[in-house]
Design a protein. Structure first.
Ligand code: NAD
Ligand code: TDX
Length: 339
């Protein structure tokens, strides 16, 4: 099998590349990534010389280059992780989110139609369902929950999902979609909640919690997400959506307090800052379908996963200090400077 993994130099994509090379010694993995601010080649350093791996620096919106890679590689499967993924950046400037997340998805699917493919898999998010109220803990997102987006980011991801289903129906593109909850683990870019809090706490910097910190997210260890995608591309049914999540809901403030505790840092580092615009209150996935149909269950308990993650950041200082010493500083100042 030849598998094109787009966005494979980002957080989840790189974990997926490493997971696939480890678990499928016969498969060839082609990582196609534009290397935006969120893409990091050092993450893939250990596999750059692997005989079954090729890295191509390319934009998924660049039709000519994408077609050329398909022509050369004749992939069997395409897994699309490539995206602008940060909600706060989408609120600052939506344009690139529409370009990459929607138009880029169309280019990839056109390439799949032109060159033939066994499976196109779209990595989507629970954010396409909007949010749930805090006072209804009995409610969960299922695959039939209507799309109801809040941010330019989630609107762009929902648009891409609609396009995938349209290509499935109109052109019979053999496509699947997964909608996962919040991931955490190694190689998570420092702009996101968990790594940002670990990194700030380590240098005794303020821990900026949006609003009152009562928003709830459903956290899943990244390797469990990779295993879910592995199952879907090999055993999932085309034209289907699979929700992925492990019933692990946490209020933001409790996550931040937990990180303080694990690092032995005082809670008075916590600083409440202006809330995110349109901030979704609660995400919660019902993973019954992927469990019943494909036998997927999360394997990493949150208590273990968060400790492993903290340990990873402690032992990979060079990975994240290089990131935060560059253009990230300007972003941080813009986002948090006088918030
Ligand atoms: P990320 O921002 O860490 O990585 C995105 C990667 O895509 C980067 O390597 C970047 O260089 C690349 N990329 C961006 N634009 C590109 C383009 N035009 N062409 C080629 N490559 C491009 O994102 P992530 O957190 O790893 O998320 C990966 C996917 O999973 C996204 O589609 C996201 O919507 C989805 N998702 C993320 C989460 C989460 O908690 N992080 C949860 C559910 C779904
Ligand atoms: O500094 C912060 N302070 C804070 O309170 C940051 C960065 C975040 N937050 C809050 C906002 C959210 O309620 O923490 C929560 C998590 O925020 P993010 O890490 O930005 O994630 P979220 O907005 O939930 O989106 C993530 O999960 C779904 C990913 O970034 C998306 O790509 C994915 O689709």
């Amino acid at each position: 099998m030849t598998i094109i993994v787009t966005g494979g130099a980002g957080f989840i994509g790189s974990n997926f590349v490493l997971y696939m090379l480890k678990n499928y010694s016969e498969d060839r993995i082609i990582c196609l990534d534009k290397l935006t601010y969120a893409g990091n080649l050092s993450t893939l350093q250990s596999v750059m010389d692997h005989p079954n791996f090729r890295f191509v620096k390319a934009d998924i919106c660049d039709r000519e280059t994408v077609y050329q890679v398909f022509e050369e590689e004749k992939p069997n499967i395409v897994v699309n992780f490539a995206a602008e993924s940060h909600v706060d950046r989408s609120i600052e400037d939506p344009g690139i989110f529409l370009q990459t997340n929607v138009m880029g998805t169309a280019v990839l699917m056109d390439a799949c139609r032109k060159y033939g493919i066994q499976r196109y898999h779209q990595v989507s998010t629970d954010e396409v369902y909007g949010d749930l109220p805090l006072d209804r803990p009995d409610l969960f997102f299922t695959e039939t929950t209507p799309l109801h987006t809040s941010s330019p980011y989630s609107a762009s991801k929902a648009s891409a999902d609609l396009l995938v289903m349209a290509y499935y129906r109109t052109y019979e593109l053999p496509a699947t979609i997964s909608r996962c909850s919040n991931n955490y683990g190694p190689y998570h870019f420092p702009e996101k909640l968990i790594p940002l809090m670990i990194i700030n706490a380590l240098s005794d910097k303020p821990l900026p919690v949006y609003g009152k910190g009562l928003n709830v997210r459903d956290w899943l260890y990244v390797e469990d997400h990779c295993r879910a995608i592995d199952l879907i591309i090999h055993k999932g049914k085309t034209g289907e959506v699979y929700n992925v999540g492990g019933h692990n809901e946490w209020r933001n403030i409790d996550i931040v307090k937990l990180i303080c505790k694990e690092l032995g840092k005082p809670e008075n580092l916590i600083t409440y800052v202006t809330d995110r615009k349109g901030h979704d209150m609660r995400y919660a996935i019902d993973p019954t379908k992927i469990h019943d149909e494909l036998g997927w269950l999360p394997e990493t308990k949150f208590e273990d996963g968060i400790q492993k993650t903290i340990q990873w950041y402690l032992s990979h200082l060079e990975w994240w200090s290089e990131i935060i010493s560059g253009a990230y500083q300007g972003y941080y100042e813009r986002m948090y400077g006088d918030r």
